[in-house]
Design a protein around this ligand. Sequence first.
Ligand code: FUB
Length: 371
Amino acid sequence: MNHNLKEALMLYALLFSLTACSQNQTNTDSQKADSTKKTGSLLGAISKPLILGMYTADPSAHVFNEKIYIYPSHDIESSIKEDDLGSHFAMKDYHIFSMDSIGGKVTDHGVALDIKDIPWAGKQLWAPDAAYKNGKYYLYFPVKDKNDVFRMGVAVSDKPEGPFKAEIQPISGSYSIDPAVFTDDNGTSYMYYGGIWGGQLQRWQSGKYEENGSKTDLGKDNDPAIAPKIAKLSSNMLTFAEKPRDIQILDKDGKAIKGGNHDQRFFEASWVHKYKGKYYFSYSTGDTHLICYAIGDNPYGPFTYQGVVLKPVTGWTNHHSIVEVKGKWYLFYHDTELSNGKTHLRNIKVTELKYDRNGNILTIDAYANKK
Ligand code: FUB
């Protein structure tokens, strides 16, 4: 064999074995994120994807038993055409992940809940959250029922990583998407929720689901924006303890943010955390792709708009959680680095979140390293 050809073949064999090796290490799922594709190469990205073996999104992070647990959506390729209602987000199960520390190894605990084990579910398992009370863990999830109406479900486990067993009915009186459960220092838990457009919240404004209601919030620029919802949870964590109430988001003059203010109005992805005695309500602005926050003095608000937590990330959606780990604060978020920009194939990431001395969150640019 010609010497040059032999060298070329050896190089090819070496490259092939390196690629195969990296695939064996990372691809554990049938919906494979192509981990050989430019991981970490997104221009200026400040963080790398936490999970390479599957697509993950909407990360809700919590510390349970001194470990970090992440409850994300599990994105899959459904081949459903992209539309404004998010039909292309056709997820079917949840995996739960844990880490001993930020930057440490991420463990995939496998399928924690499958849509086929939720008796009332139709399709689209969207962004979940989790909570702990009295020795049990609760997984809250939105899914369309068999009539294509989003409802909130709850599933229970003895362990934070599951597997979880779903209750046989949705939470009575629940609707729309993106549950986020915050437990205050006195042990009372509240569910924050809602999402407009595909999340259907605009169809519930009369108190009942309007099947032929508007697909968006557009065209009502001078009205107060559609409000996210809050409901206290009962002590068994399985039902609402009260009729859901509106959450008011006000501007600095105390006026309700208007529907036309797309840089500040609520779209989806509620999250609440407490910092120095104040309640921080953060959320996505959807079509302007920001994560913003507003501060209040109690869990119900009103919350006064403060600013931007996270600038737009690659892909249409922006969805996050904020959690304290060993005295430092972290933002869990997602972008579309692994799929090279496919909106419905996302990957979760984490970065440190900092406050100034007045408690303002310092805005994060997920691609700040490009400067
Ligand atoms: O993952 C499906 C949906 O996309 C979530 O429920 C929204 O918050 C958006 O991230």
